[in-house]
Design a binder for this molecule. Structure first.
Ligand SMILES: C[S@@+](CC[C@H](N)C(=O)[O-])C[C@H]1O[C@@H](n2cnc3c(N)ncnc32)[C@H](O)[C@@H]1O
Length: 358
């Protein structure tokens, strides 16, 4: 049984829809959820080469080193894998015969120049629709879970759905019931529920690109808070089957019944930037404690208006390593003893917690 079920329960949270609350008293550093994606797809546009300096396995998204450690798809030259195991798993799941043929057809489609004229994002959405249809064919109950998530199409999504459906629907098997409306529904779910899987951290490297997108069936119910009590660790690049799992760990103690929230982006951003992202990308206005205080700050006076408890939280929990700004959470407790070491969820940096004086 899923161990998170005794730690978390879903509740209706006023003003936020569904959310996850602590089902018992929980400790800082505790891992409250580990799960595999419902759907996972590459963030590389179909036509343009990826901007990432790394090459990834198209199944587990671990870094592929060089030949002879590359296992290409036997039917297309566009997808490669880091091991025989990933290749075999992919051919029976994420890179099934239908997916392989659909992606080749999209690349060779007489209208493919149309797709290339759209922003690269459209090509990534095409990958998502192909992956969703594959889920529909392979795991109908998981497909229905995907459809039950939060998100309804707006007019922009309907336009995109019309365009993508015209390109992709000829590739669906004849009995497929994938309508434009269903395509639009799926795109709306993807917009609100997908997590980014990022390039590995490098102190001097370029800004990290997104290597893949994933939707997790339970983690998606964590609502946002600008001063979260939990954060996501993705132990990527372990080159095994756990590479794409999400791990949610508590930043501080959480009493029974309290909502557990993550931040949908790195915490260091100022009020106006956070407000803009949350409205444009997620369609809501955040009313967390931090936003309520910062909303009253005078324009351009953020630095002078620092609110002490919030500043202490940010000093303690924002990683100060160069090119990082990830979130620092305590290591998991050992034998119920809390750890005095904080770990960054982004770069893995460890630092002693000197903030909590007994
Ligand atoms: C990934 S879903 C989270 C689960 C969602 N509450 C549900 O009912 O399925 C993201 C959506 O949850 C809602 N949400 C998340 N955090 C919120 C917050 N702090 N305030 C208001 N709404 C929030 C927004 O509608 C957002 O688009």
């Amino acid at each position: 049984m899923d161990s998170s079920s005794s730690l978390l329960r879903m509740e209706h949270i006023p003003g936020k829809g569904r959310g996850l609350v602590a089902a018992q008293s929980l400790k800082a550093g505790q891992i409250v959820l580990t799960e595999s994606p419902l759907i996972l797809y590459s963030a590389s546009p179909l036509f343009a080469p990826s901007s990432s300096p790394f090459t990834y396995c198209d199944h587990c998204f671990g870094i592929v080193s060089s030949y002879p450690n590359i296992f290409p798809c036997p039917s297309c030259s566009n997808h490669s894998f880091c091991s025989q195991k990933c290749l075999s798993l992919a051919l029976n799941s994420s890179h099934s015969t239908w997916v392989c043929k659909a992606l080749i057809s999209l690349l060779q489609h007489p209208n493919s120049t149309l797709l290339q004229q759209h922003p690269p994002e459209r090509q990534v959405q095409a990958r998502f629709i192909v992956a969703s249809h594959n889920l529909f064919l392979q795991a109908p109950s998981e497909f229905h879970t995907l459809l039950s998530l939060h998100g309804t199409p707006d007019s922009d999504i309907l336009d995109v759905a019309n365009f993508l459906h015209s390109l992709i629907s000829p590739l669906f098997p004849p009995q497929s019931q994938f309508s434009v409306d269903l395509t639009a529904q799926l795109l709306a779910k993807d917009r609100l529920n997908s997590f980014c899987l990022m390039d590995p951290y490098s102190p001097d490297g370029p800004q990290r690109s997104i290597k893949a997108y994933a939707i997790y069936p339970k983690a998606t119910f964590f609502n946002h808070d600008c001063l979260p009590n939990a954060c996501r660790f993705d132990y990527v690049d372990t080159s095994d089957e756990h590479n794409t799992e999400i791990v949610i760990r508590l930043i501080e103690d959480v009493p029974d019944g309290k909502e557990i929230c993550i931040s949908y982006f790195r915490m260091g951003r100022d009020y106006c930037t956070r407000k803009k992202i949350l409205m444009e990308d997620y369609g809501f206005t955040c009313e967390c404690d931090r936003c309520m205080i910062e909303a009253n700050w005078k324009e351009n006076e953020g630095e002078k208006n620092n609110d002490l408890p919030h500043m202490l939280f940010l000093c303690k929990h924002v990683c100060e390593r160069k090119n990082c700004a990830g979130t620092m959470a305590p290591l998991p407790p050992k034998d119920d003893v809390p750890s005095n070491v904080l770990e960054c969820n982004f770069c893995g940096n460890l630092k002693k917690n000197d903030w909590d004086v007994a």
